[in-house]
Write a protein that binds this ligand. Sequence first.
Ligand SMILES: Nc1ncnc2c1ncn2[C@@H]1O[C@H](COP(=O)(O)OP(=O)(O)OP(=O)(O)O)[C@@H](O)[C@H]1O
Length: 448
Amino acid sequence: MIRFDAVTKTYPGQSRPALDDLGVEILRGEFVFLVGASGSGKSSFLRLILKEEKPTKGKIHVLGQDLGSISSRKVPYFRRDLGVVFQDFRLLPNKNVYENVAFTLRVIGKSRGFIQSAVPETLKLVGLDGKGKRMPHELSGGEQQRVAIARAIVNKPQILLADEPTGNLDPVTSAGIMTLLERINSSGTTVVMATHEAGIVDQMQRRVIELSAGEIVRDERGAGYGAALGDVDAALTGEEPVEASAEAAAAPAAPAGPVPDEEAVAAVLAGGAAAKGGRKAKATTPRSRAAKATGSVPKAAAAAAASDAAAAELATDTDGEAATAGAPAAPAKPAPAKPAPARKPVKKAAPKVDRKVMEEKQPLYVEPEERDEVTDAAAAITAAATASVPVTPAGDTAEPAAEPGTAAPAAKAGGVASEHLTLAERLGLRAPGGPREGDDQQEVGPTK
Ligand SMILES: Nc1ncnc2c1ncn2[C@@H]1O[C@H](COP(=O)(O)OP(=O)(O)OP(=O)(O)O)[C@@H](O)[C@H]1O
């Protein structure tokens, strides 16, 4: 479904690759968490799958297609099989819920009949039945994210990519969103989600791919967030070198856990919010599941293996949980008194690029393989779509707020400045051509 073969991505002007020689395969129907410290390469991984970026070296196959052989012109068509959800929702502020979801279908030319049945069905699936007429500003953050998810899945994509979808939500709301993503996955959609939420990952016990400085340092099925990573999160702010317990990293794989129940996830997340600041989640249910799934108590073991004060605190925090966790499946492992001998160093992520550096760098669009008017325009669209520009209230023909880093490259790439792009074009849903007359009523669009 998704395959990376020896993929390296080095951004222009960077000496260090954002992704370094990755080889990984994600199978149809999997639910995969991408975890890793800030700057470890999670978003780059997702952008490569979307063909928003191209690899510097190596090959990527998505849905059986070699991404290197898809011309820029075909990228919008390719993306129709992919749904994407972002941390900041990105809804059309001047369209109601129904129209936000219908929008995706209109621009790809679905019939009125299809839209009339698909949109309410999808709104029901995401728990927004009866809220079709609400405007985005009349919705809570969680509801807005549900609209964004509905928009992403209404065309039944085979793959759903989610970049920190719960990043702006409170724990209880996040739990609801995760239950929804779980349900979408169980209906067959492959889900790849980048997250920092230890509580969610621990609770769901799915496949976890952990990145560290652009390398895969862990790829484990039925796994949790990882004690080592939790420690990295806690320690990064203090700039202390952190080491992972090899014992924890070597925990045996286990089948995926049960569908999470919202209350349990919410409970973990309530603690998880604190864990982000350096402490761990205080819920027994998920830890218990983790222990059952792996047959060990990785967090407690790792905590005991670490020797610094933060780890000591972690050990105190998790001891009780570990004992509870181990009890039903296996006797609780006493925490080793001494640090574990074998340790695998965890590399710190490269520093996050700041705005000034980004402005001076090359644009983020995919260079067309062949240049002509159309591919140049498509490149401009990709550049605009890649930019993290909020949609303005002017609607689907609205222009993004001018970003110094993006307007110039778009214009340079083909004369189609981003201010002339429709949202559909910016999202890569439609080929270039600018706003069309009667777009609001459009029922027919390009087909494959
Ligand atoms: N356009 C770019 N130009 C140069 N460097 C970049 C660019 N985008 C990302 N990087 C660098 O690539 C590395 C990986 O970044 P990426 O955004 O993929 O990490 P991440 O794991 O998603 O981080 P976060 O969790 O903070 O979102 C970082 O060192 C980052 O600074």
